[in-house]
Design a protein around this ligand. Sequence first.
Ligand code: COI
Length: 353
Amino acid sequence: MKIELTTKSRLGDIDFSNLPFGKHLSDHMLVCHFKNGQWQEPEIRPYGQLEFSYGLHALHYGQAAFEGMKAYRKADGSISMFRPLDNFARLNKSAERLMMPQIPEEIFMNGLKKLLEIDEKWVPSEDDHSLYIRPFMFASSEFIAARQSDDYTFCILTSPVGPYYSGTVKVKIEQEYTRATGGGIGYTKAAGNYGGAFYPTAQAIKEGYNQVIWTDHRDHKFIEESGTMNLMLLVGDTFLTPPLTDRILAGVTRRSIIALIKERGWNIEERPISVEEIVEAARTGNLKEAFGMGTAAVVSQIDTIGHQGTNYTIPAPKDGRAMEIKKMLNDIRLGLVEDTHHWMMDVEIAQPA
Ligand code: COI
C-alpha cells in the first residue's frame, strides 16, 4: 500500500463540540482503482479534490454504491470498529447487483485499519460521538454508452460526527412516492436510492417532519423503512419490525438490536406491519414507543407519526426501552461491558519507537 501523509493537518481547525453530520472530513483517505479487470495497489493520501472527466460514467448512470459504518473511542482510550465485516459484505452485495467488481477483503480491511491508525486522533471521545466511515465505489470509465463501466474507483473517507438528529424525530407515512420496487435495488446502498428520496423527503420537511416512513410500492399499505433508518415499534409489550425483503436495506444496527432484544427476553416479531395497524395502535395509545435504527441515526426516538394530515404523538421516554437499547449498544461499543457477540474489531495503533 502506498502512503503519502499530509504536511498540514486540519485537525486543529475542528471544534469537536460542534460537529454537523458529515461536514468535516479527516486528513487522509484511501483510494484504490480497478483497471484492466484488476484492482491496483491501494493508496492512502491526503484528502483532496477529485479530478474527473465530464464523461465520468458514474455521473451519467449512477453506477455507485456506498456504506456507512463507525469507529469508537472506547472508555480506555483505544479505538474499535463496530461490525466492519458486515458492512464490507453489504458493499459487495450492492456491487454485485450494480454490476461493479467485488472488493477484496484485504484491500478493504487492511486499508481501513491503516487509515484509522493514521487518522486516529480524529476519533472523538465525547458522548454519542464517533468516527463515521464512508467507503464507496463508483464507475470511473470515461464513456457515455449505457452499459456498465470498465473502470471503478473505491475510496474510504472518514468524518468525526455527533448525533445525526439533534432530538426526537417526526415522521410522515408516505403513501404517494415509493423508495423501492420488487426486483429493484432497494436492498442495496446504491447512491440513487438516496438521490431518489430527496424530493419526497423535502416535501415532508416542508410539512414539518424530519423524515418519511416509506410504504410498499404496490398499495402503500405496509410500512417498510424510514429514510436513513430501519424502523422498530413497541406495540403493547411486543417489538415489531418489518421483515427484510429486496426493497429494504438490511441494517447492521437493525440486526444488532434484534439480537439484543432477543437476548434480553423481550418479545419481538419480524412481520409485515400495516399502516392501519400502526395508526390504530397510535390512536388507542397502544403504540408505546417507536424508533429508527441506523449507523448514522443509531437509535432515534420517534415522537410523532403523521398520517393523512393527522399527527399522532408517540411517547419518547428517557427511561423507556428505546433508550435502554441504545445504552446496551453503546456500552458494547465503548467497551463498558463484555463484547459477547464479538462485534467490535480493535484498531492497533503502532506506538512510536
Ligand atoms: C448510514 O446510517 O450510514 C446511512 O446510510 C445514512 C446516511 C445516508 C447519512
